[in-house]
Design a protein around this ligand. Structure first.
Ligand SMILES: [Zn+2]
Length: 144
């Protein structure tokens, strides 16, 4: 059975007749069954890679993302005790994190403090990737 057909079957693009024929064939052909399992693993792995690449932090958690915007005060907390202020804009947030836009890059792993109005939060930079005109930064929030 051609590999191509197995892929089409996985993505549900085969007709009902084709699907029945494939299932029938798989039930008595160990070679194709083995290839089918490999194809399944490869496709699943690829899908996970794609998901991870697209949004390493926020979307993986399947949480509702609220569209929010506005300026936010962001400070990088250094071990020396010195805090560096960075201008940032709030892009979106979930229960455990926020997405920001910044003109300057922030390294993953940086401890940061966020301030919006009277609310002060602590967090860690989870990712930073170039976006038009600056950087999209994902921050995982921790208890303040
Ligand atoms: Zn076969």
């Amino acid at each position: 059975m051609p590999e191509r057909l197995l892929e089409e079957y996985w993505f549900g693009r085969t007709s009902a007749e084709e699907a029945t024929a494939i299932e029938e064939h798989l039930s008595h052909c160990p070679d194709c069954l083995e290839r089918w399992r490999k194809t399944q693993d490869e496709i699943q792995f690829l899908q996970e890679m794609l998901r991870a690449a697209e949004c390493p932090f926020l979307e993986r958690r399947n949480e509702e993302r609220l569209p929010v915007s506005g300026r936010i005060r962001l400070r990088i907390l250094r071990d020396s005790g010195r805090a560096i202020a960075v201008a940032a804009e709030l892009r979106d947030e979930s229960r455990s994190g926020v997405g920001l836009f910044s003109r300057k890059p922030l390294h993953a792993g940086y401890s940061v403090q966020l301030q919006k109005g009277r609310l002060t939060l602590r967090g860690v930079v989870r990712y930073c990737r170039p976006e038009y005109g600056g950087y999209k930064i994902g921050i995982e929030l921790s208890a303040a």
